[in-house]
Ligand binder design. Structure first.
Ligand SMILES: [Zn+2]
Length: 112
């Protein structure tokens, strides 16, 4: 049972670390390491090699995945920090917010 309660497109709040209290939208979920990548959060300095595109080389800010234990979902329905539960309707298992009991739909981002 490797299934994670968080999915790509979920809005979450950071619970610990230097980005505590900040919110972001999950860009990628790493099931094996049970962590999520959130753009512009949990940045670390990363050394890059000198390349044609980056002739100076140097240090850039790169996102590092955050363990899911350090983030919590923000419910798209009630906009509050929410624990995730499940509701089974027919063949489908849907995530629900334990606070407002509404189904949590994945927020489709406006990707091209
Ligand atoms: Zn809710």
């Amino acid at each position: 049972m490797n299934k994670l309660k968080l999915k790509k497109g979920d809005k979450v709040i950071i619970l610990a670390g230097k980005d505590k209290g900040k919110t972001g939208v999950i860009e990628k979920v790493f099931v094996k390491s049970r962590s999520v990548l959130i753009p512009k959060l949990n940045l670390v300095k990363k050394h890059v090699k000198v390349t044609k595109e980056n002739p100076a080389g140097g240090v850039i800010d790169a996102e590092r995945p955050i363990p899911i234990s350090k983030v919590e979902l923000i419910c798209p329905n009630c906009s509050k920090r929410a624990r995730v539960g499940y509701k089974i309707t027919g063949k489908e298992k849907k995530r629900i917010c334990k606070r407002c009991h509404k189904v949590i739909e994945i927020q489709k981002d406006k990707e091209k």
